[in-house]
Design a protein around this ligand. Structure first.
Ligand SMILES: *Cc1c(COP(=O)(O)O)cnc(C)c1O
Length: 217
């Protein structure tokens, strides 16, 4: 596989779905990947990346950004409230807004820093007790509370339960976004990004299919 193949598959999926070329943002998920692989993607011209850990992103991206202008960095992992300051500094988008305590911290940091990352609300579409995300029934109230803080979430994000067919989760997220008047949909990973694009994804988060397997050892 690799970046060029995945870019081609994203373009083909856009076309098949009758979507405009380039309407889907391919977020290359570089968490835990060796710097050489990330650098190769940058040298190949890719500029949109995703990270899961604030610490790792803070160590890695200021250097890459200095060498490669135009990087757009997405936070796609669970965000601790005490990392909100750094996250607002570092990231152009945060996909994992999942509780009011975090919304308050992000709102305060946007005020303090005068810098507002694009926000996605993570939805727990599978109603999984161990998983982060706003429950489906609680989404309208959560969005209203966010807006009352001055935040303007632009989209929704989900991670379907591993054992499930992802399609019903993608459909549910799409319908929720439509009902709430939100345009952006962050859904689809290495195994299912084409399905997600067919169902309206605007942002796909693809790691191992681009960079190879992650080595956590
Ligand atoms: C790691 C991760 C991805 C990328 O996963 P792959 O299966 O390697 O494509 C996407 N989304 C989230 C939230 C992740 O944590």
């Amino acid at each position: 596989m690799g970046l060029e193949d995945i870019v081609a598959r994203v373009r083909a999926a856009e076309e098949k779905a009758g979507r405009a070329p380039g309407s889907v943002r391919l977020i290359a998920v570089s968490k835990v990947q060796p710097d050489a692989r990330v650098r190769a993607a940058l040298e190949g011209g890719h500029r949109v990346f995703g990270e899961n850990y604030v610490q790792e992103a803070a160590a890695k991206w200021p250097g890459f950004r200095a060498g490669f202008p135009g990087v757009e960095l997405h936070m796609i992992g669970p965000l601790q409230s005490n990392k909100a300051r750094q996250a607002v500094e570092l990231f152009d988008a945060i996909h994992t807004l999942d509780r009011m305590s975090l919304a308050r911290k992000i709102a305060a940091q946007i005020d303090a820093q005068g810098r507002a990352p694009q926000l996605f609300v993570q939805v727990n579409t599978g109603d999984e007790p161990q998983k982060a995300g706003i429950l489906v029934d609680e989404l309208p109230g959560f969005l209203a509370e966010c807006r009352a803080l001055g935040l303007a979430p632009e989209g929704l994000m989900c991670i379907p339960p591993e054992a499930d067919d992802p399609a019903p989760h993608f459909r549910l997220l799409r319908d929720l976004a439509r009902d709430q008047g939100l345009d952006a949909l962050s859904m689809g990973m290495s195994a299912d990004f084409e399905q997600a694009i067919a169902l309206g994804a605007t942002h796909v988060r693809v790691g191992s299919a681009i960079f190879g397997a992650r080595d956590y050892s």
